[in-house]
Design a protein around this ligand. Sequence first.
Ligand SMILES: Cc1cc2nc3c(=O)[nH]c(=O)nc-3n(C[C@H](O)[C@H](O)[C@H](O)COP(=O)(O)OP(=O)(O)OC[C@H]3O[C@@H](n4cnc5c(N)ncnc54)[C@H](O)[C@@H]3O)c2cc1C
Length: 379
Amino acid sequence: MPLALDPEEHQTLRDAVAALGTRHGRHPDTTALWSEAGKLGYLGVNLPEAYGGGGGGITELSIVLEELGAAGCPLLMLIVSPAICGTVIARFGTDAQKQRWLPGLADGTRLMAFGITEPDAGSNSHRITTTARRDPDTGGWILTGRKVFISGVDLADATLIVGRTEDARTGRLKPCLFIVPRDTPGFQRRRIDMELRAAEKQFELTLDDVRLPADALVGDEDAGLLQLFAGLNPERIMTAAFAIGMGRYALARAVGYARERTVWQTPIGAHQAIAHPLAQAHIDLELARLMMRKAAHLYDAGDDAGAGEAANMAKYAAGEACVKAVDQAVHTLGGNGLTREFGLASLITAARVSRIAPVSREMILNYVSHQTLGLPKSY
Ligand SMILES: Cc1cc2nc3c(=O)[nH]c(=O)nc-3n(C[C@H](O)[C@H](O)[C@H](O)COP(=O)(O)OP(=O)(O)OC[C@H]3O[C@@H](n4cnc5c(N)ncnc54)[C@H](O)[C@@H]3O)c2cc1C
């Protein structure tokens, strides 16, 4: 589905990724798709060329994710590995960290998960308690805490963990980012049994006195929040791309079905009760897509503050549009909408993820109420 605003190189990327997605199709071998997309340079389009990336931005990476999703095979770890972790390391990592991680993240041979959510903090990430203290013997760090719902930890070579350190002057806790390799002693994972049919699993993590070298810290200990949001805005934009791709996939399947299926004299797609909600779903997806492009454009132009509001709005609009498109698609197929064979019913659960994660619909409405409209807070 071309976007008239796309410059030619974006359209070329869109077409090429769409062709790759179509070759792999719904329920692909995710490892094979990841590996092929990596070899073709799609996983690292946003990362610096000096480290093997494509030198583009979140605009290009969101095109990759949207088109794979529209072909029925979204790669969830694109949101995490190149978009959050790759961005944070490229922007704030040391030369050594960039050398060690970026080439692998760019070609997909290495993968990094991202862990911020905690069982007792949830949406209130100011309440996270995973704490890093200095190891007096080695000058490194010791991390203790728990995380929940962290995606792809089993596949990832390391997880970028959001923890806190104590400000020596004020005693206040500050967010900080640490790279924790998968097999570090004390770093344990337990798979959470989710009602999702996806290759990427979610895990509860326990960090029990995890000892890390000094260079496990990414960026400046004192600039935690700013660095964190440099990764969280791409996460929101990419989640919008994930949702829009899935919505487009469901809508296309429903439209194809509605053109053919005939139980009276005309195909069911001629009945406006079927056609109009599909048309509305298309409009909602297109509108969400425009906001996603705005957010990506602002982010890539270096406007972190402006991108924050647009990324939130895009994630909200895309999540809502995706949930509605999937719901209407399933309905359009009647009984077939709920069969394994037609494969749309599992999207009902999958679509809900984009309404909850990485920041819920209500927390975005709170953000817009407070930050944009200046209304008072209830919490
Ligand atoms: C499939 C999946 C993958 C995930 N992957 C990752 C990952 O890789 N890394 C990671 O760190 N996290 C991940 N998450 C976690 C995700 O980011 C959280 O689930 C999300 O932030 C919501 O937190 P919570 O589940 O604790 O809900 P809660 O914070 O407990 O919220 C529950 C409900 O209360 C509402 N609510 C809470 N506070 C308010 C308020 N002030 N006003 C109005 N309503 C409110 C919420 O909107 C929500 O509807 C993933 C989650 C899922 C489902």
